[in-house]
Write a new protein. Structure first.
Ligand SMILES: Nc1ncnc2c1ncn2[C@@H]1O[C@H](COP(=O)(O)OP(=O)(O)OP(=O)(O)O)[C@@H](O)[C@H]1O
Ligand SMILES: [Mg+2]
Length: 273
């Protein structure tokens, strides 16, 4: 799949975003440190950690995304990709390292507080309420909002028209690709400043995968940086500004999507030659 937006990605349509979304402006808001230009908007830096009292799964792992970019994490099953995402979202305590969002150290915050700070996360599994309707799922996504979220819901329906058609149907009755749209739509309901997706195209056909990637690119173009894990490594790296190959909880390769696709080592080990 070629990327029609490769050299055309930017904050053209900011309708889904909050007014201050994805900014690295160091002067506009006062009282808060902001990252210098080029500093990642969201970074899980040098993270070490595991589950409960268990052994370390992450060994100094770093994943990050810059404003206006799509960053993709690939790697073999069990490499720790989901664990790294959970650590960045605060579902797993890091034993060392830190998580920074827009220049602020958020390592100690709960996932709920990270959502309030502007993080949206679509986990790999159990990412929708199957017994609720599509629309109820979107309403659940807006749980932290006290303002009128109808406009955001309309924007989600514009992005995913099929969801509007099926708004009163139980989400559990939808196809795999449609469920993933519900999951992404639910995350967008908080008007996130950054979106984290763990395998958004898991279990869908190649055509549906292409469609989902197109929608993800569209979301990125509204100015929301996207940090996502993908098992469709080749296709994902084609749309990635930045790519990370994780192996056994460590960064094995890092580069632009293009660089990783051209890297002989990466191709042989992870892309089937
Ligand atoms: N809830 C958990 N409790 C204990 N260990 C876990 C838990 N979840 C994952 N692990 C372990 O952490 C390691 C990394 O798993 P993780 O799910 O992060 O891998 P992954 O790269 O996302 O794999 P996949 O491609 O299959 O999604 C594995 O050894 C796994 O068994
Ligand atoms: Mg995983």
């Amino acid at each position: 799949m070629s990327d029609p937006y490769q050299n055309d990605r930017g904050n053209k349509d900011r309708s889904i975003t909050r007014p201050d979304s994805g900014t690295t402006d160091t002067t506009r808001r006062s009282g808060k440190t902001h990252p210098a230009p080029g500093t990642p908007f969201l970074v899980g830096d040098d993270m070490t950690g595991g589950y409960g009292k268990g052994p370390d799964i992450l060994h100094g792992c770093t994943i990050a995304v810059n404003p206006g970019e799509i960053a993709v994490i690939v790697g073999p099953n069990g490499a720790g990709k989901s664990t790294a995402m959970k650590a960045v979202f605060g579902m797993l305590e890091v034993r060392s390292g830190r998580v920074m969002l827009d220049g602020e150290d958020i390592t100690a915050l709960t996932p709920q507080d990270r959502v309030k700070k502007g993080m949206g996360f679509v986990p790999q599994t159990s990412n929708i309420f199957t017994g609720l309707t599509v629309e109820e799922n979107l309403e659940m996504g807006a749980f932290i909002r006290t303002d009128d979220f109808r406009g955001t819901m309309e924007q989600v329906y514009e992005l995913f028209p099929i969801l509007k058609e099926k708004r009163y149907q139980a989400a559990g009755e939808l196809s795999g690709g449609q469920r993933q749209q519900v999951a992404v739509g639910r995350a967008l309901m908080t008007q996130p400043k950054v979106l984290m997706l763990d395998e958004p195209t898991a279990g869908v056909s190649p055509i549906v995968m292409d469609e989902l990637f197109d929608r993800i690119i569209e979301v990125a173009r509204t100015g929301i940086p996207i940090l996502m894990v993908e098992q469709n490594a080749r296709q994902a790296l084609e749309i990635a500004d930045k790519g990370y190959v994780l192996v056994q909880g460590r960064n094995a390769h890092t580069g632009t999507g293009k660089e990783l696709l051209a890297d002989a080592d990466v191709r042989r080990s992870f892309l089937g030659g």
